[in-house]
Design a protein around this ligand. Structure first.
Ligand SMILES: Nc1ncnc2c1ncn2[C@@H]1O[C@H](COP(=O)(O)OP(=O)(O)O)[C@@H](O)[C@H]1O
Ligand SMILES: [Mg+2]
Length: 338
C-alpha cells in the first residue's frame, strides 16, 4: 500500500468572526513524512480536524484521490475518512476499556471481521508499537508514552493511507520522544502511508520529517523540503526551527520588529548557524523508506526553485544517502556557518 497525496489549496477557516488561518496551500507528498509547526493557538489542531472533514472551511479545497472533501457528499466523505488514522493529543483512549479492546474498537465498529481475525490484527499492531503483553492493562494504569503508543496502534488498525499525529511527543521526556520518533520513522517504512505530524519539539522537527510547514500569524509562512526550512533566513522560520528566544515570536505576543531584528543580528553575529542535523533513518533490518527515493526525485525536480543554501543542503543530504548509513552520525555543516 502506498500513501496518497493530499492537496490543500486556498484553505480558510474561521469560527464566527474569528479567523483562524487563511489561504493555506500545501501538498503532502504520498508516503512522505511532513511536520506542521506553529505557536500555540495558531490552529494546528483545527487544521488536522479540517483535513479529516470534522470541521468545514469557508474557502478552499482538500483533494484526495480526485475527491474534494470540502464539497463532496456525506457518503463520499465517509469513504475518504476511512483512509485516515488519527493519533489525538492524549491518545483519546476509552478509560474503562483495556488496551486490547481499545485497539480492537475501530475494527469492531467499522468492519465485519471475525474475532479471530481481529485478534491477529490487534496482536500485529501491538507488536508494531512495542505493547505485546500489555493487552489487559487499562489506560489509567500505564505511562503517557505507552498511552501514545496504544493510541498509535489504534490509529493504524484499519491500515490507513494517511496518518495524522497531533503532538505525539507532548508530555514525553526526551528519551521517550526519541523512541517515539524512531517508531514513527519505522512505521512509515512499514506502511508507506502519508504522515502529517503536529509538534512543538524542535528536535523532532529537525530530524524526523521529509517536509516542514510553519503556521504563523494566521498563514502558512512556509512549507517545503526539510532542507529549505532548516536553512531558511526568514526570521520567524529561523527562530522557530532553532528554538531561539531571539526573533519575531515573543513570549506572549509578537515583538516589535526593530527589537526582533536587533536580537537576530546579535544572535547571528554571536553564534552563527548551528549545523543541520541529519534525518533519522530506519532501524537496522528495515531497509530504506520507499518515500526516500521518491522524495529524492521530486526534490531534484524542484531544486532550481530553492535558495542556494537549501540546494547545497539537499545535495549534501543526497550524497549522504548515497554513501550509506556509515555516515549517518556525521553532522553536515550548514552553508554560511563559517
Ligand atoms: N470548535 C471550535 N470552536 C471555536 N473555536 C475553536 C474551536 N476549535 C478551536 N478553536 C479556536 O481556534 C484556535 C486554534 O486552536 P487550535 O487549533 O487548538 O490551536 P493549536 O493546535 O495550534 O494550539 C484557538 O483560538 C481555539 O480557541
Ligand atoms: Mg493543538
Amino acid at each position: 500500500m502506498t500513501g496518497v497525496e493530499v492537496q490543500v489549496e486556498g484553505l480558510t477557516k474561521s469560527f464566527g468572526k474569528a479567523n483562524i488561518w487563511s489561504d493555506v496551500t500545501l501538498t503532502l507528498p504520498p508516503g512522505e513524512v511532513s511536520v506542521l509547526l506553529g505557536p500555540s493557538g495558531t490552529g494546528k489542531s483545527v487544521f488536522l480536524k479540517t483535513l479529516i472533514g470534522l470541521l468545514k472551511p469557508e474557502q478552499g479545497s482538500i483533494v484526495i484521490n480526485g475527491t474534494d472533501l470540502v464539497r463532496c457528499s456525506e457518503t463520499e466523505l465517509y469513504e475518504i475518512r476511512k483512509l485516515f488514522g488519527v493519533l489525538f493529543q492524549d491518545g483519546a483512549l476509552f478509560g474503562s476499556m483495556n488496551l486490547y479492546d481499545n485497539i480492537a474498537f475501530p475494527l469492531r465498529e467499522h468492519t465485519k471481521k471475525s474475532e479471530t481475525r481481529i485478534r491477529d490484527i490487534v496482536a500485529d499492531k501491538m507488536d508494531m508499537v512495542g505493547l505485546t503483553g500489555d493487552e489487559g492493562k487499562l489506560p489509567g494504569e500505564i505511562s503517557g508514552g505507552m498511552r501514545k503508543r496504544a493510541g498509535l496502534a489504534r490509529a493504524l488498525v484499519l491500515d490507513p493511507e494517511i496518518v495524522l499525529f497531533d503532538e505525539p511527543d507532548s508530555g514525553l521526556d526526551p528519551v521517550r520522544t526519541a523512541y517515539l520518533n524512531q517508531l514513527i520513522i519505522d512505521l512509515n517504512a512499514r506502511t508507506d502511508a502519508t504522515f502529517l505530524i503536529v509538534t512543538h519539539d524542535i528536535n523532532t522537527a529537525q530530524t524526523v520529517p521529509d517536509n516542514i510547514g510553519l503556521l504563523y500569524r494566521k498563514h502558512l509562512a512556509m512549507f517545503g523540503p526539510r532542507e529549505q526550512l532548516l536553512t531558511s533566513d526568514e526570521p520567524v522560520v529561523a527562530q522557530f526551527l532553532n528554538g531561539r528566544r531571539e526573533g519575531p515570536i515573543g513570549m506572549s505576543e509578537e515583538k516589535d520588529s526593530a527589537q526582533a531584528e536587533r536580537e537576530m543580528a546579535e544572535a547571528g553575529a554571536l553564534e552563527g548557524r548551528p549545523p543541520m542535523k541529519p534525518q533519522l533513518g530506519t532501524s537496522t533490518g528495515l531497509g530504506e523508506r520507499s518515500a526516500v527515493a521518491r522524495r529524492r526525485d521530486r526534490v531534484e525536480r524542484m531544486l532550481h526553485t530553492l535558495s542556494p543554501a537549501a540546494q547545497q543542503a539537499i545535495r549534501e543530504s543526497h550524497a549522504h544517502d548515497a554513501t550509506g548509513p556509515d555516515l549517518a552520525t556525521q553532522v553536515i555543516p550548514r552553508v554560511g556557518s563559517r
